[in-house]
Design a protein. Structure first.
Length: 247
């Protein structure tokens, strides 16, 4: 299987580390998984799972929400353990259509919620910076956002996903193969680093320090989430589609 470059490469010392202690099984209470790793809360809305699930276990909650429990657990594993790689038999227990729905929901989350939230608060900082740093900070943020949008909104949504959906419908194409996906992943960590350096190192200390810390944390959380999104594509989507192509 071809190695896929992550869309957003983390810093050397901040790679996704295994954190989980609670077993990822169908019988585990969902609330226990969420308490073990708070990042898993981000997955719920993407699967259409609401809060208020009480003491129900993972399988019960997934059944209530018509979610493939094997896919849900697999993605939870990748979010909490960057070293996890599902095997061929595990991949065959999930539904590729459900995976595409999850990835599309993730895209909507980034575009409709995360970026607007960051932009709302970042604009206050840009305006407070004046002409010395404001235009530069705005430029790096716009470059970062546009690169994300080019990849997920245009390439994945308009090229990759339609190709996979055609495969699922029995339509084969000689003009594209899923291993081309790796060549279209983009590392824009340098742009992210430039933006964070301005926010944390170079702006005068009196310019909205609390808001700068908050927006920096938001940007780092978004980058971390996008890293995991790329791992899901690398560890689940690509090997699964390769199986379809060889079938």
């Amino acid at each position: 299987m071809p190695k896929t470059f992550l869309l957003f490469l983390p810093h050397q010392n901040s790679y996704i580390m295994p954190l989980k202690k609670t077993p990822f099984s169908k019988d585990t209470k969902l609330a226990e998984l969420m308490a073990e790793d708070r990042r898993l809360l981000l997955l719920l809305s993407r699967f259409g799972i609401g809060l208020g699930f009480g003491d129900r276990n993972v399988e019960q909650v997934c059944q209530m929400n018509q979610v493939n429990v094997n896919l849900f657990l697999m993605i939870c594993e990748i979010y909490s353990n960057g070293d996890f790689r599902p095997g061929k038999e595990e991949l065959q227990r999930i539904d590729l259509g459900d995976l595409l729905s999850y990835l599309k929901a993730s895209h909507q989350y980034y575009l409709d919620e995360r970026f607007p939230h960051i932009e709302e608060h970042l604009q206050n900082i840009i305006e407070a910076c004046g002409q010395k740093y404001g235009p530069m900070l705005s430029h790096f943020y716009d470059e970062y956002k546009q690169e994300v949008m080019r990849h997920i909104q245009y390439y994945e949504e308009e090229v990759v996903f339609p190709y996979i959906e055609a495969l699922l419908n029995g339509q084969r194409s000689n003009s594209y193969k899923i291993n081309e996906f790796e060549h279209n992943h983009t590392n824009i960590q340098d742009t992210l680093d430039d933006m964070m350096n301005i926010l944390l190192k170079y702006l005068p200390g009196e310019i909205l320090p609390k808001e700068r810390i908050e927006i920096s944390l938001d940007i780092m959380d978004l980058s971390d989430d996008l890293n995991r999104h790329s791992l899901i594509e690398d560890r689940i989507l690509i090997p699964y589609v390769e199986l379809l192509e060889k079938a």
